[in-house]
Design a protein. Structure first.
Length: 138
């Protein structure tokens, strides 16, 4: 993945994140993406329900799994937004962990498609210029 990531956050793996295989499952990876996205948006002054006056809906997700994650691992989630259209854009994620030997190991690459939505009118709406400008400046 050759994106320039404008934001990163560290997310610890909790014991409740493990599945019956003893590692983090795909459902938890999606939760980690959600947490990283929320922290990314808050960093720029937004939430999913107030993205410069409109809401957002996740329209799709793609995850490419690279390595297992275990209890006690700290995930570095790097995040950026691009591919803006009139009503939607993509958020890209690069998840990595640091091994006990200090090596950085890729965990997953992901993309979520986000669509701007007016919850009051129950319809898709344009991306607010302020939101697009702030995310693109990063």
């Amino acid at each position: 993945m050759s994106k320039h990531f404008s934001f990163s956050v560290k997310i610890p793996v909790r014991i409740t994140d493990l599945n019956y295989g003893g590692h983090v499952g795909n459902d938890t990876i999606l939760s980690i993406l959600h947490e990283a996205r929320m922290q990314y948006l808050v960093h720029y002054g937004f939430t999913e329900m107030n993205f410069a006056g409109v809401g957002m809906i996740m329209s799709d997700v793609t995850i490419e799994f690279r390595n297992e994650i275990f209890y006690g691992d700290i995930i570095k989630a790097s995040v950026t937004a691009s591919d803006f259209s009139k009503v939607s854009f993509n958020i890209y994620y690069n998840l990595e962990k640091e091994t006990k030997q200090g090596q950085i190991t890729p965990v997953a690459y992901a993309k979520t498609g986000m669509v701007c939505f007016d919850y009051e009118k129950k319809k898709i709406t344009a991306i607010p210029d302020d939101a697009k400008t702030r995310l693109l400046k990063s």
